[in-house]
Unconditional design. Structure first.
Length: 139
């Protein structure tokens, strides 16, 4: 009888916790906190929406042209980590980069299932991620 209680508690814990994740509001709070505390880049805004069959996690940042590559990697890493914690099944990440020099914004997009191979699972390297997952364009 003593053994059945711990097993019951473990089964109950697994069944109650398996579908837990953070809601969109909590994800946005964490996003804002990250950019406030840790990033050199300024977060200008965020938006989540559905576009055809994609659920999109979009952020807009103000970056320095010289630091574009590191800012891009940082932005996609944050979106991948947060989407991995989210209840919402985001399928695409979009980062819009604005520059102080008033250049046209740059729009970078990546499918999250592909990006997670680099940022989460570490089964791809950066070059593979750029080739297989990333799309960059100006307006």
């Amino acid at each position: 009888m003593k053994i059945s209680w711990p097993i019951c508690l473990i089964v109950l814990n697994i069944s109650l916790c398996k579908d837990q994740g953070y809601g969109d509001e909590q994800i946005i709070i964490m996003l804002n906190q990250y950019y406030k505390d840790y990033s050199k880049v300024k977060l200008l805004g965020n938006h989540t929406f559905t576009n055809n069959s994609d659920t999109v996690f979009q952020i807009e940042v103000e970056a320095n042209v010289k630091d574009f590559n590191s800012s891009m990697l940082d932005a996609f890493a944050v979106i991948n980590k947060l989407s991995n914690l989210a209840k919402t099944n985001f399928t695409q990440a979009v980062v819009i980069f604005h520059f102080k020099s008033n250049k046209l914004p740059i729009i970078a997009k990546a499918k999250l299932d592909c990006s997670k191979k680099f940022f989460i699972k570490k089964t791809q390297n950066e070059t593979q991620w750029r080739k297989n997952c990333l799309s960059i364009q100006t307006q």
